[in-house]
Every structure is written in structure tokens, then in C-alpha cells.
Design a protein around this ligand. Structure first.
Ligand code: THU
Length: 160
């Protein structure tokens, strides 16, 4: 029997369509992107995380001469947040990425597969959805209501 998976998402043509907290997160992610350590790919990614207490933390991608030892912005940021605030729920994550020399045509950068898996771990743990926004430097934004929307047939602890 053939079945389909349907995914809902929102598309914002530019950041003026965002609400105040979303705009703040976008700005924080852009700011964090500036400090990315990405000398090998020259692809800079920033991430901002909103916690349930209203605080925002940010991070960026960290590369390494031994390439696989680097880490994406999403995991760098979320692992730090989880390490320091293990009981605090994450409400929203905003990701902004693009080449150092970005141009108009750069599309919104979605989290890689490994990051989706890591993000789902925390969404499952907190038993509450996380709004995920991913964006390009040209101001275009995509929002999904849950990390699970980006990873159908995800693996989690219920299978163990
Ligand atoms: N990268 C991220 O930080 N997040 C993503 O969602 C996609 C890729 C980083 C990893 C690496 O440092 C660079 O971008 C190029 O892949």
C-alpha cells in the first residue's frame, strides 16, 4: 500500500514578516554567524536558541583541520545549552547560513541530517515541540513547527 508523508511549513519572503521575538532571534543568529570558525569551507552558520525563560543563547559552526572533528552551528549551540540548562525547555531555534561571500541567490540553509537527529533528541526529551527557522543571508526564512517535520521516520529512544 502506498502512503504519503505531508509536511507543513511557513515561508517568509523576508524578515519584515516575522514577529518581534523572531526578528530578535534572526538578528542574534546573524551576529553569531559572524564569529563562526569556518576557515576550510568558508561557509558560515549562526544559530540562536530561545529558552522557556525567555533567554537567548547563540553559537556557530566550528571547523577543524581534521575535517570530521568540526561541528555544525546547531549542535555546537544546542549541546552547550543542554549542558548548562539541562532542565530548561527550548522553544525556538533560528539558523542562518551561507557562504562567507554570499550573494542574492543563496537559499535558506536547512540543518543537516546529523543535526536533525540531534535536535529531535531534545524535542523528544522535553516532550514539547521546538519551532525551527532556517534562513539565508538574503532575508528569506522557512519555519517548521517541529524538528520531526524535517525527519520523517526518525529514530529515537522508543525503539531501544
Ligand atoms: N553547517 C552547519 O553549521 N549547519 C548546517 O546546517 C549545515 C552545515 C556547517 C558545517 C561546516 O562547518 C560548514 O557548514 C560546511 O558544511
Amino acid at each position: 500500500m502506498k502512503k504519503d508523508v505531508q509536511i507543513s511549513y511557513e515561508h517568509f519572503k523576508n524578515s519584515s514578516e516575522l514577529n518581534d521575538i523572531e526578528k530578535t532571534l534572526f538578528a542574534r543568529a546573524i551576529q553569531a554567524r559572524e564569529n563562526a570558525y569556518a576557515p576550510y569551507s568558508n561557509f558560515l552558520v549562526g544559530c540562536a536558541v530561545l529558552l522557556e525563560n525567555g533567554e537567548i543563547y547563540s553559537g556557530n559552526n566550528q571547523e577543524n583541520a581534521a575535517y570530521p572533528s568540526g561541528l555544525c552551528a546547531e549542535r555546537t549551540t544546542l549541546f552547550w545549552v543542554a549542558a548548562n540548562f539541562p532542565d530548561m525547555k527550548v522553544k525556538k531555534i533560528f539558523v542562518v547560513g551561507g557562504p562567507k561571500e554570499f550573494h542574492e541567490k543563496n537559499p535558506p540553509i536547512p540543518p543537516c541530517g546529523a543535526c536533525r537527529q540531534s535536535l529531535i533528541e531534545y524535542e523528544t526529551k522535553q516532550k514539547e515541540n521546538i519551532d525551527l527557522y532556517f534562513s539565508s543571508m538574503n532575508d528569506e526564512v522557512v519555519k517548521v513547527h517541529s524538528i520531526k517535520d524535517l525527519l520523517p521516520f526518525y529514530f529515537d529512544s522508543t525503539f531501544l
